[in-house]
Design a protein around this ligand. Structure first.
Ligand SMILES: [Zn+2]
Length: 140
């Protein structure tokens, strides 16, 4: 599978973005880990590319202002998968195909199972409690 993160430059397209000099413990969509104290971050509105038309959603995400890391994009980021998550699959037209709640330890198996369906083009991983977009997944 291929992981799709969000680069900090995406924040620049949201004029309402907020700068936080230190916001420890928030999930960073750039390097796919939790933030540390004194790491400057952006909080901004973001629309994942999976959903199109009426399925295009906008929600709040965090990235670093200057990301110091290059995450591995060929495997799931374990630091953001220590809680149950929503997996939402999309078809090629950008419509929601299916959705389910997945527990830690099952993500690889469930995502690979979703991609067994040829109608599924991509998957979004989201927070269960807040619904926020974490990252996207496609076939490798
Ligand atoms: Zn980062």
């Amino acid at each position: 599978m291929r992981i799709h993160n969000v680069l900090p430059a995406a924040a620049l397209s949201d004029t309402g973005r907020e700068y936080r000099a230190s916001e420890p413990g928030v999930p960073l969509r750039c390097c796919l880990r939790k933030s540390l104290p004194d790491e400057p971050v952006w909080l901004f509105r973001y629309s994942p590319s999976n959903g199109k038309g009426p399925y295009a959603e906008v929600g709040p995400i965090f990235t670093h202002v200057d990301c110091p890391d290059s995450p591995s994009l060929d495997r799931l980021p374990v630091e953001l998968l220590n809680n149950p998550r929503i997996l939402r699959s999309y078809n090629a037209a950008g419509q929601i195909h299916d959705g389910e709640v997945v527990e830690p330890g099952s993500f690889d198996r469930v995502i690979e199972g979703l991609f067994d369906d040829p109608a599924v083009e991509s998957v979004q991983v989201r927070s269960l409690s807040h619904g926020c977009f974490f990252f996207g997944v496609t076939r490798a």
